[in-house]
Unconditional design. Structure first.
Length: 131
């Protein structure tokens, strides 16, 4: 009986340590209106909604756009133009502007929230820093 209790308690404890990112916990984490951090705010959104197998992750990121690392995100100034969100193709895609394929692809994952779109724009406006 003690062994069974130990196993059950251990299982519950280990399950509580799960820090897997999901759409729900990323969507429920607000991005601030200033001082947006790539590591804390932007990367988790990209990881769940963009940078996974078949999309914008290595080894073969779609359209050559790798959103799995800061350096991948910022390599091409046409994709992310620091301090200029309105000149960044990433912003055009997440806003669904005419002539650009909207991202994320409808039906593949949940769409970005308004807060996430604004957070990405703010991060770019603040220089697209590796912070």
């Amino acid at each position: 009986m003690k062994l069974l209790s130990f196993v059950i308690i251990s299982f519950i404890f280990l399950q509580s340590c799960d820090d897997t990112l999901t759409n729900e916990n990323v969507d429920n984490k607000p991005i601030p209106t200033t001082n947006v951090s790539f590591a804390e705010h932007i990367y988790p959104v990209f990881q769940v909604k963009c940078a996974f197998s078949g999309c914008h992750a290595q080894p073969n990121p779609s359209d050559g756009i790798d959103l799995s690392t800061w350096s991948g995100v910022t390599t091409d100034p046409n994709i992310v133009f620091p301090f200029e969100p309105d000149l960044s193709r990433l912003v055009w895609a997440i806003e669904g502007r005419a002539g650009i394929s909207p991202m994320p692809v409808v039906g593949y994952t949940r769409p970005l929230t308004i807060n996430q779109i604004q957070g990405i724009k703010t991060w770019i406006d603040e220089g697209a820093l590796d912070n």
